[in-house]
Design a protein around this ligand. Structure first.
Ligand SMILES: NC(=O)c1ccc[n+]([C@@H]2O[C@H](COP(=O)([O-])OP(=O)(O)OC[C@H]3O[C@@H](n4cnc5c(N)ncnc54)[C@H](O)[C@@H]3O)[C@@H](O)[C@H]2O)c1
Length: 262
């Protein structure tokens, strides 16, 4: 008996990165998984790797018709979806002055509208399943600002607000809704980025997609008293400001302040 026996989960952006790690882990814990993405070859390969309790669906999360199609295809195969992981996302770099409106809208359409459409379309199935869990992948960019990432930041703050609202609206139906706020994680999205930016963190490294997947599993399987809540997974990047003083300097400061004996 595994922890998610009987569960049916759909993971958007499930073909690679955090989504793929999450699909593998939820399947290993007994869930039937629907890997949904626009990367058809990678998504099908992952579903084949996982086995008969996995299915790949082409789903552009910004497209309402695609969502309707996915909802219609998912239920007859495995039964109503009880877990929705709104993970699909994209990043576009550009300052508020320089980014085009088209680029801004595309990020909002995929990251924020995609999350809203996922909940809007799939909530009835979660109700039919008798309840369930929605996990929305936001970011530390949903907790603070990042220069050059205005569209992405706006989308991730939006996900945070939608998560709280959905938790209030769906709680009575036994549906919990939480957001995850990863910091830097090693995936295709961050390939080529400067990993030295993590050296000042309390945990001075990139996170791994499997670490995000384990938090998704925790929220679905174990966090039975959490809803409308934000879960940060960032190596301590947003904990506050450092650095830690060397021990000798700290001792010196303490003596100066507390021991003016002479
Ligand atoms: N990697 C990081 O450091 C990091 C940090 C914080 C948050 N995130 C968020 O985590 C989530 C997963 O990102 P990742 O790092 O695994 O990136 P990734 O680029 O490896 O994976 C993103 C997946 O989303 C899919 N996708 C993109 N547009 C889509 C669309 N319109 N419809 C359906 N699928 C689409 C991509 O094809 C890809 O498979 C994203 O929401 C991202 O914003 C990532």
């Amino acid at each position: 008996m595994t922890r998610l026996d009987g569960a049916v989960a759909i993971i958007t952006g499930g073909a690679r990165g955090m989504g793929a790690a999450t699909a593998r882990l939820l399947a290993a814990q007994g869930a039937a998984v629907i890997v949904a993405d626009v990367l058809d070859a990678a998504g099908k390969a992952l579903a084949d790797e996982i086995g008969p309790r996995a299915k790949y669906l082409h789903l552009d999360v910004s497209d309402e018709d695609d969502w309707r199609g996915a909802a219609a295809a998912a239920e007859p195969r495995f039964g109503p979806v009880s877990g929705l992981v709104n993970n699909a996302g994209l990043l576009d770099v550009g300052t508020i002055e320089d980014q085009s409106l088209a680029a801004f809208r595309r990020v909002i359409d995929v990251n924020l509208q995609g999350c809203w459409l996922g909940m809007h379309t799939m909530a009835p199935q979660l109700r039919r399943a008798g309840g369930g869990v929605i996990v929305n992948i936001s970011s530390t960019a949903g907790l603070t600002g990042y220069a050059g990432l205005g569209a992405y930041v706006a989308s991730k703050w939006g996900i945070r607000g939608l998560t709280r609202t959905a938790a209030l609206e769906l709680g009575q139906a036994g549906i919990r809704v939480c957001s995850i706020h990863p910091g830097a994680v090693r995936t295709p999205m961050t390939a080529g980025m400067d990993e030295s930016t993590t050296t000042g963190q309390p945990i001075p490294r990139y996170g791994e997609p499997e670490e995000v997947a384990r938090l998704v599993l925790f929220l679905i399987a174990d966090a039975t008293y959490s809803t409308g809540s934000e879960f940060v997974l960032d190596g301590g990047a947003t904990a506050g400001f450092g650095p830690v003083l060397p021990a000798s300097d700290a001792t010196l400061d303490l003596e100066l302040v507390t021991c003016p004996r002479d």
